[in-house]
Design a protein around this ligand. Structure first.
Ligand code: ADP
Ligand code: MG
Ligand code: ZN
Length: 508
């Protein structure tokens, strides 16, 4: 079971102690922990031994570990595969549903397919074709505008396909949309949190949709990290942080200022209250009790004792749509389009993650700083939620915001009312400005900012290096605006997005 490695780690740690002590040269680059994981996997699912050489671990999340393996084909050719080992405690129905999404909708239109599935007892391994892919953060600031346009086009192609099958992915984010820049190949992966629309064509999603609602919502309340699953250390710390914040049941009111998310001058706090109809719908809650906090920015003791509305809360906080954050019980494929909009926002602004929030109301407050508080409150009304916010924050012009964050100043003629830089500085800023990201990404972004400042004097000469970022058309921001539509009923669909003028000359 010796593994022969040529991993990218080789260059990074050429002088590791293991190189001196290791008996098996070719194995020395795998950390002891990963070696052990691979051995355990062979033991748990022994059928793998004869078929695959497991080479390295390429991903680890809350619900799975993913390995790169090769299979020896009869032709003598070695084929690379991705082996996804689901955690043994996964519900069998969830596993089967994930597999069914891949088998029914996968293998076409940038949706990952499946080759085999192995099982022994409660261990399940899904075998997929391997797609070598970039780390989003590593390439974010070197992508040309045209590459971004292609990326989004291909993401919508994948979303159109799964939405056609009545699959709501619920966790659309860069680490679940694999991108091979050189080959221009794309693949939407990870149906571990997928749910079905009422008319879904995926049989097993029908079951998870209704019968397991209770269990499902407990499952979905486990929050996932915003970061690439490769980053094991960051993941575990984020996960613990989330786990502790999620228990705060009466988290109906938050003070954003205390979380250092907005500028000191402005203090914004939000809370959501279920509107009449939705409140009655939430069974078991003492909704008929009189309450003296309704439409104020306090939460009274009656409300603190109310049950939380049961609604799926899957996904990663920074990518969640407003209707997910406010626990709207009816959630559609539109939630994936919002998440795609957040990915697009990252690509246009050069900031990732764009929003980093550890709880839903913080995330909602962060959305308000970009889309406006009044607009958010108004939209929430349409899906039966009353959102209160102590501070009025204006909506920002998306072009102005993205160009400011990216550090590019487009020569492209602006068509919309421009927000002056002064009003941006004075208003509650998006998180991307004040507290953009985790430490490791912060370092990268600081480096990028510094290098930008150094080169600032030579800006005009460098025009040829702009990679199209000085010519971003209005259509890009129009599409972004339609993706980040606060109202899910009017938000653009994947099918419509592909027909948007932004993609007018693209073939599909
Ligand atoms: P999880 O449910 O744990 O998030 P994913 O299905 O998203 O599992 O896989 C985790 C990571 O593994 C992905 O972000 C990606 O880096 C890698 N991965 C998953 N499937 C493939 C594949 N078919 N080819 C290459 N890498 C993959
Ligand atoms: Mg994933
Ligand atoms: Zn109350």
């Amino acid at each position: 079971m010796e593994t022969v490695l040529k991993s990218h780690c080789d260059e990074q740690h050429p002088h590791q102690a293991e190189d001196f002590h290791g008996k098996h040269e070719q194995n020395s680059k795998l950390s002891a922990g990963i070696k052990k994981d691979i051995e355990k996997l062979y033991e748990a699912v022994p059928q793998l031994v004869n078929v695959f050489k497991i080479k390295e671990k390429i991903g680890e999340g809350t619900f799975s570990s993913v390995y790169l393996a090769t299979a020896q084909l009869q032709t003598g050719y070695e084929e690379k595969m991705a082996l996804k080992h689901l955690i043994p405690t996964s519900h069998p129905l969830r596993i089967a549903a994930e597999l069914q999404c891949l088998t029914v909708a996968g293998g076409q239109d940038n949706v990952m397919g499946v080759k085999y599935c192995f099982r022994k007892n409660d261990h399940v391994v899904i075998v997929m074709p391997y797609l070598e892919h970039e780390s989003f953060l590593d390439i974010l600031n070197s992508l040309s505008f045209e590459e971004v346009r292609e990326y989004m086009f291909n993401l919508f192609k994948a979303l159109r396909r799964i939405h056609h099958f009545g699959i709501v992915h619920r966790d659309v984010k860069p680490s679940n949309f694999l991108y091979n820049r050189r080959l221009k190949e794309y693949a939407l992966v990870d149906f571990g949190l997928a749910q079905g629309t009422p008319d879904t064509k995926i049989e097993l999603l029908k079951t998870t949709h209704s019968e397991n609602q209770q269990e499902d919502s407990a499952y979905h309340s486990v929050q996932r990290s915003v970061f690439g699953e490769r980053n094991f250390n960051v993941y575990s710390s984020t996960y613990q942080e989330n786990a502790s914040t999620k228990v705060i049941k009466p988290s109906k009111m938050i003070d954003v200022s205390s979380r250092k998310l907005v500028t000191k001058k402005k203090i914004t706090s939000t809370k959501t209250v279920s509107g009449g109809a939705a409140r009655r719908a939430a069974s078991g809650c003492p909704s008929n009790l009189t309450c003296d906090c309704y439409a104020t920015d306090r939460v009274c003791s009656v409300c603190l004792s109310r049950c939380q509305q049961v609604a799926p809360r899957a996904g990663t906080p920074g990518f969640r749509a407003p209707e997910v954050l406010t626990k709207c019980p009816t959630q559609t494929t539109a939630i994936d389009m919002w998440s795609a909009g957040i990915v697009f926002l990252s690509l246009l602004s050069g900031r990732y993650p764009f929003y980093k929030a550890s709880d839903d109301l913080t995330a909602l407050a962060q959305i308000m700083t970009v889309r406006g508080s009044r607009e958010t409150i108004q939209a929430a009304k349409t899906f039966g939620k009353s959102v209160l916010c102590t501070q009025v924050v204006p909506a920002q012009n998306l072009r102005t915001l993205c160009e400011k964050l990216r550090g590019t100043n487009s020569s492209y003629k602006r068509s919309q009312g421009e927000v002056t830089s002064k009003s941006i500085n004075d208003s509650a800023l998006p998180v991307a400005v004040d507290k953009p990201c985790a430490p490791e990404t912060l370092e990268k972004q600081t480096q990028r900012l510094e290098s930008f400042q150094e080169g600032a004097g030579a800006l005009e000469i460098k025009a040829t290096d702009m990679k199209g970022w000085d010519q971003v058309p209005d259509e890009a921001y129009d599409l972004l605006d339609k993706l980040l539509d606060l109202n899910p009923a009017t938000r653009i669909t994947a099918k419509e997005a592909l027909l948007h003028p932004f993609f007018k000359d693209m073939r599909f």
